[in-house]
Write a protein that binds this ligand. Sequence first.
Ligand code: GLC
Length: 731
Amino acid sequence: MNTVLKIAALSGLVFCQTTLLGAPLYKKPKLPVETRVEDLLSRMTLHEKVMQLNQYVHGTNMNLHNIGKIDDHYPLEAGSYIYYSQDPKMRNDLQKRVLKETRLGIPAVFAHDVTHGFRTIYPMPLAQAASGNPELVEKVCAMAASESRLSGTDWTFSPMLDVARDPRWGRITETFGEDPYMNSIFGVATVKGYQGNDLSSPEHMAACLKHFVGYGATQGGRDYRQTDISDNDLWNVHLVPFKACVDAGAATLMSAFNDINGVPSTANRHTLTEILRDRWNFNGVTISDWASVSQLKDYQSTASTYAEAAVQSLLAGVDIDMCSGCYSSTLDSLVNAGVIPIKRIDDAVRSVLRLKFRLGLFERPYTPEISRDKRLMTPWNLSIAEKMAEESMVLLKNDQNVLPLSHKKIAVIGPAATDKRAMYGEWFSHGDIDDATSLLDGIMQEFKGVAEVMYAKGCDFDGEERSGFAEAIKTAAEADVVILCMGERGNWSCENNSRAEIAIPGIQRELIKEFKNSGKPLVLALTSGRPVNLSDIEPVVDAIIEVWQPGIRGGNALGGILSGRVNPSGKLPVTFPRTPAQIPLYYGIRRGARFSPHGDYKDIPSTPLYEFGHGLSYSTFEYGEITADKTQFKQNDELTLSVEVRNTSDRDGAEIIHWYISDPVSSTVRPIKELKHFEKKYIKSGDRQVFTFKINPLRDLSILDKNGNVIIEPGDFIVSVKDKTIRLSLE
Ligand code: GLC
């Protein structure tokens, strides 16, 4: 091409890249995001692109389990930060420097682990799942998004969608339990709550699906370990919630620490590219977990250098390196050496720029600096946090209907009574434990003027100190009923906190047994982030309420349940084994070659102490038969099944019903039953409600084969609700 033509082409290029007003296209908010992305990308140098693929820490790291040196000497071209402040000023000060002191002024995005609240802390995700109320979960997540975005956090590393079936794993508390469908429903509700309909809204933030994938299958419940996952389980268990949340529009996704059958999740092209990008068409950002790129060299040893680790991770499909320094220190030279194609860099940068445009950061790079009382812990926030706690608690046992209490002298005993840290669990972001209502506070507020409440700690959560026993026994002797507030410390269920015995520590169990012959009704209020081995306590107490880690108004919620102001409605999202020796133990097991009791343990029971879906109410409900608008159907039909439930008690109450399907004859062995729908309805005393399940056969009756293809097989299917069943036939 001769010089004249070149100049003409160049000037034409320059002209089409700027408007008549001279501003570059990427700065024009009315243009399509993809146009702005391409324009900005075309202006970036290699180094500017690479820096967008690195995340640093801004502020003081709050996660004690994060390893490695915290690099706080970061370049202003960094694409994103984990932000550890609850005030926007620190973020705005840094953002001003980014916009003024870098060549293109690409705004940074600020992330944080907001997993069950930012400052208003609501129950842990496992407890939220027990509520059976995804609409309420969406509300509390929208509240958390508002507190976060108005405080300078644009992006949260939540929801955690790891299907968890081993209560020895401390992170089970961060999941929505053992069932893929339940994790899907609550994961989608969480994504919708965080993201709303417009990520650029000043009160919404980007969600992050984690940890992709299979982290919940960590061997022996020991954290950070290998996972051995069959194709059947990969497709029909672990990928299910991620697919649901990708389809719901989640903006980002995080790779996991674990390997899958020997291939690290952070270097797993099959999951991160072939499935996530090529099959699911995910066009959001993928980020590693903390230092999981450098761990490919330092621990999993699939790489012998950090450069190799960067190559493995980036080419597998991880866009951003979280805090390991591998990408920032090696990518420029790897591209210049032709080891990494610039196309892969460009695709990763496109994802990051797309996120920033969708968040509206180019138009609003700064967070308005409004006072805390106007953005944190508003009365509305506190009220929905309390309702979330009320609906998440599970009444596991209530012999002789000892609850609700009608007693006049109540003894409150145990270390969890006043321990506010136990209300919050882990990952409580900017929550201040002093804000929390302790269990004792809640009980005293609830029964003020109604009953006398006495307290004695009795013992600590663990240790050997028994000096408090005598006072506790004396206090109980003066009361009509004893509320035992026992369980886990707030940091016992979390990352890097695997526990083999999953039992309440011996000192607490010993104290509980001291009341065995007290002649007083004993009510255990259990604070835990996971299923707990209750086998030697359950026979001693008359009632058990799983309080979980109930958040800022947990004490109020427990008070309401004890008094009867709140009718408990929670159902377990995870199985409670009698002993860890039974693990793995979950409801969705496949049919065996023989049926129980053939194959059961000969020395201990093979049944759980409390099964998935267990939960009592103060009301009693009677179920009618399941009816269907048709029982013969074709695969593209839709069927409507109904069941009528009547509240036969004198108390209004809410009931959650689970709809299960099973396939009596299938080409591969399927689970004995599979949860495919659940619904919660409030039913007034003496009234009835009709619950419906609209079956979409391809969605609800199919299975995925080892390649992830949907398989639906003609023949009969059984649908069940409690002990009611109906047989359907697919032609
Ligand atoms: C942690 C966790 C992850 C979290 C990340 C950032 O190690 O595995 O869930 O989002 O680091 O704090």
